[in-house]
Design a protein around this ligand. Structure first.
Ligand code: PGA
Length: 250
């Protein structure tokens, strides 16, 4: 299988500057001695720490992700961050469509698409987040919600620039993760919906991932890694997610 497991940290609006380098040191120590199989680590700090983090990761092979990206190269867009500037400082990934952007800040699919396009135009890779709210799941609308959110990809051919993160909104930050079976069901659906690209596109699961549930979630055939919030804030717990997640790949 050509899909390299991926472990992405979404630090959200957390961490002080002084914590950035110690985190990198701590994670280096935490992943020492892991089986020598390929896997990818991506760290997503708040924007103000992107430069520091890109300066702290060389030698690790880890990538840096921005949590957002402006819709144009430059211009009168107060508080937005240009994809050109992201690229310039060594960012490789951009998270788009996170549920907190969609549901706290009201970002619509059209805006998610504009951000995604601006990012890929600068050769950035994107982690496109999709996922249903609890009431949508209860109403049997999970697949249709995901379908609509994936609809922005129609007509685009992003190849390896695209990673999908399935993050059921009811599982984010709640301590209640999707069961491995629930995750697998939606991941398989997404992979099919992606058509020919599905075979090689990584689909991450996100929502209350921690060291304790990483092995069982990752043992599902269509779960290629994780987008991790709370458990990515401490190097020890994030290393635990990576270690246990890789168990099923060894
Ligand atoms: P969580 O967040 O791991 O804290 O649930 C995941 C996310 O929002 O990406």
């Amino acid at each position: 299988m050509s899909r390299v497991p991926m472990f992405a940290a979404n630090w959200k609006m957390n961490k002080a500057l002084r914590e950035v380098t110690p985190f990198v040191q701590g994670l280096k120590a935490g992943v020492q001695g892991l089986p020598g199989i390929p896997y990818e680590v991506v760290l997503g700090p708040q924007a103000i720490h992107l430069v520091s983090l890109t300066q702290a990761v060389p030698g690790t092979g880890w990538k840096v992700a921005a949590q957002n990206c402006g819709t144009a190269k430059s211009g009168a867009f107060t508080a937005e961050i240009s994809p050109v500037a992201l690229k310039e400082v060594g960012v490789e990934y951009v998270i788009v469509g996170h549920s907190e952007r969609r549901h706290v800040y009201g970002e619509k699919d059209s805006l998610v698409l504009a951000r995604l396009k601006a990012a890929v135009d600068e050769d950035l890779k994107v982690i496109l987040c999709v996922g249903e709210k609890l009431e949508e799941r209860k109403a049997g609308k999970t697949f249709s919600v995901v379908d609509t959110q994936l609809g922005i990809l129609n007509g685009l051919s992003l190849g390896a620039q695209l990673v999908i993160a399935y993050e059921p909104v009811w599982a984010i930050g709640t301590g209640e993760n999707a069961t491995p079976e629930q995750a697998q069901e939606v991941h398989a659906y997404i992979r099919k919906a992606l058509g020919a690209a599905g075979a090689t596109t990584r689909i991450l699961y996100g929502g209350s991932v921690k060291a304790e549930n990483a092995a069982s979630l990752m043992s599902q055939p269509d779960v290629d890694g994780f987008l991790v919030g709370g458990a990515s804030l401490e190097p020890g717990s994030f290393a635990g997610v990576i270690k246990n997640g890789l168990q099923s790949r060894t």
